[in-house]
Design a protein around this ligand. Structure first.
Ligand SMILES: [Zn+2]
Length: 87
């Protein structure tokens, strides 16, 4: 009998995902957890952005999110808000 290293039922790796971010106001760099970030997906790429609150100066930062960033953030469990609803 062969032993297989398959962890049955343990597919979820709950490692904290950290995203590197920088504040344009105070220019500090930090790492944010998924819960600190918000992603908004609009109708076009121009209205797709992610936002967070700078832990250093407290200013609300909003940055455009490209496709790659969207993938990263959604894959990391960031709360996603869809601004454009197709009815
Ligand atoms: Zn700041």
């Amino acid at each position: 009998m062969r032993e297989m290293s398959v962890m049955h039922g343990f597919t979820a790796t709950v490692a904290p995902v950290l995203f590197k971010a920088a504040c344009p106001d105070c220019r500090s760099r930090f790492e944010l957890s998924a819960s600190a970030l918000r992603l908004a997906i609009g109708a076009s790429r121009r209205t797709t952005f992610y936002s967070f609150t700078c832990p250093e100066c407290g200013s609300a930062v909003r940055k455009p999110a490209g496709e790659r960033i969207v993938e990263l953030l959604t894959g990391g469990g960031v709360r996603t808000l869809r601004l454009h609803t197709t009815v």
